[in-house]
Design a binder for this molecule. Structure first.
Ligand code: HEC
Length: 196
């Protein structure tokens, strides 16, 4: 019987490993395409100039970012190069303050504070901003990041992390860009869950 022959199993192992290796390469290339800025799931950095929403897509049966029209951040238009620099700075601020020690991004991190993937879209900024004198969502977020202890939003208070205005603006730009990432429906029902 050929099944008794070790050469049969060796050939089987080698050929299935080879096939799976090819599959792995194809899937890796596909993932890299999908996750790089400008790919199918991750917007270009200059998306920070646009209006970003989040709504249910019945064909996909999950929430997807809705990107349309213009909605300038801090009342100015960022070129792709300027937006790239701003977001790189925002990312460095986020890393330097270890926001992930308390927060999750795309569900990864710690659970002391809320998930930040869609924080830009939180209706609280427009509801709460005007009460404290911030007319716009971007400014309300900057104020909060610089002085979270002055603006308690919920039961827990975020500590003051010594974030300058420039740094806060870069973080807000980063959070706006992140809210436009198509994370396959994560987090589900963000806007309805946060309608307060
Ligand atoms: C020591 C823990 C801790 C660290 C570190 C921390 N946060 Fe927070 N953050 C919180 C808590 C707690 C809240 C909820 C505050 C509230 O409800 O008043 C919060 C709330 C927020 C919110 C509001 C979320 C929403 O949509 O309601 C944002 C945005 C935010 N944090 C951003 C950041 C960023 C950016 C960093 C890093 C620069 C950071 N946080 C670091 C604890 C932390």
């Amino acid at each position: 019987m050929y099944t008794q022959d070790p050469a049969f199993w060796r050939a089987g192992a080698i050929s299935s490993s080879a096939v799976m290796f090819v599959v792995l390469v194809v899937l890796s290339i596909d993932s890299v395409r999908a996750i790089r800025a400008g790919g199918s799931h991750v917007p270009r950095y200059d998306v920070i100039n646009r209006n970003i929403g989040y709504g249910f897509d019945s064909a996909r049966n999950e929430d997807v970012p809705i990107i349309q029209g213009e909605d300038l951040l801090f009342n100015r238009h960022y070129t792709e190069a300027e937006a790239t620099r701003l977001l790189a700075k925002g990312k460095l601020v986020i890393q330097s303050r270890a926001c992930i020690d308390c927060h999750t991004f795309f569900g990864n991190g710690a659970y002391y504070g809320p998930d930040l993937t869609k924080a830009w879209l939180d209706p609280i900024w427009t509801a709460w901003g005007p009460m404290y004198g911030a007319k716009r969502r971007d400014q309300a977020m900057v104020d909060f990041l610089m002085h979270p202890e002055r603006f308690p939003l919920g039961n827990r208070t975020m500590p003051n992390l010594g974030i300058s205005e420039d740094e806060a603006r870069a973080v807000v730009a980063y959070l706006k860009w992140m809210s436009a990432v198509d994370a396959n429906g994560f987090p589900a029902g963000f806007l309805s869950a946060n309608a307060r």
